[in-house]
Design a protein around this ligand. Structure first.
Ligand SMILES: [Mg+2]
Length: 306
């Protein structure tokens, strides 16, 4: 089965300048001349946790797995280089289930000039699991980390938040080009991709930067999906609740000094809007401030990894 998959892959993989030797040998060989610091990241997606295979086109599971990994490279402002893909396959229909996720991720790999260098498969009595490891290159502007936010920095976000479960979590565009452009053109102090939930991911920046933040809830760009989900669920949750805690928006959350933030907001250099949603402060803790100016504690909510 694995040999069939490798044969199938080799027929479809376009040549890539980084690949001295691609899939088929015991290991791949990359041409790595003149590369500076590299970023290495891994993400595993599983049926019933990250997608429901019985309800979706299996190609979307592969696409999501790669897109989520690319989003982590975006969060570091790193350029995608190469990746390896591991699949744990249910014994029933293993070959079809191996091909479909690959079909879903190959166009995305090509779009981001990512070399698929190899992979591994196993069949077992469990559900489909897709694990992807990516290598990225830090640009001469340096990496974007979680630990650099300073009091006074503005909190900026790309796009909108909430309700991605209605479909966007499978089809989102990782903000790779956006992160590279912003990191090149502006002074950014910190960044993260919003995978777990806006409030929880912002809190990850606070923990690493050892500071606090005040979020202007009125300013948060709430996605249409968040409104639709609140309406559909009718469980008392508001669109704002969904924007703050749903997760899998895969947008960027950035810290930038005030003057730089002002420039980014007026220039709006991306095809998605950049919005200022608050400010980092010296006091620890996450706070929300509403339109009336009332400041309350904001509990970070979202996906907690087990
Ligand atoms: Mg991340």
């Amino acid at each position: 089965m694995e040999r069939d998959l490798i044969r199938w892959l080799r027929q479809r993989l376009p040549p890539h300048p980084l690949l001295r030797l691609g899939p088929g040998d015991d290991a791949a060989i990359l041409k790595m001349a003149n590369l500076g610091d590299c970023v290495l990241t891994i993400d595993m997606l599983t049926d019933h946790v990250d997608f429901e295979l019985s309800k979706i086109d299996p190609r979307l599971a592969g696409r999501k797995a790669l897109a989520a990994n690319l989003s982590d490279l975006a969060a570091m402002a790193a350029r995608p280089l190469a990746g390896v893909v591991a699949l744990a396959l249910p014994r029933q229909g293993a070959m079809d289930l191996a091909v479909a996720p690959c079909e879903g991720l190959l166009p995305l790999a090509q779009q981001y000039d990512l070399a698929i260098a190899g992979g591994d498969t196993n069949s077992w009595d469990g559900p489909l699991a897709i694990s992807i490891t990516l290598l990225g290159a830090v640009t001469n502007r340096g990496p974007l980390c979680r630990g650099g936010a300073r009091p006074g920095d503005r909190i900026l976000v790309t796009g909108s938040f909430g309700g991605s479960i209605l479909g966007r979590h499978l089809t989102f565009e990782p903000r790779v080009a956006e992160a590279l452009l912003l990191n090149e053109r502006y002074e950014l102090h910190a960044g993260i991709d919003a995978s777990d939930g806006l409030s929880l991911d912002l809190n990850h920046i606070l923990e690493e930067s050892r500071c606090g933040a005040v979020v202007k809830t009125e300013a948060i760009p709430v996605a249409d999906g968040a409104r639709r989900l609140a309406e559909t669920l009718a469980d008392g949750s508001t669109p704002l609740d969904h924007a703050l805690g749903d997760g899998e928006d895969f947008e960027l959350i950035l810290a930038a000094p005030p003057q730089e933030a002002k420039k980014m907001l007026s220039e709006q250099p991306l095809s998605v809007p950049i919005t200022e949603i608050g400010e980092f402060i010296a006091d620890p803790g996450l706070w929300q401030i509403d339109a009336s100016g009332l400041r309350r504690s904001l509990a970070p909510r979202g996906w907690e990894h087990t």
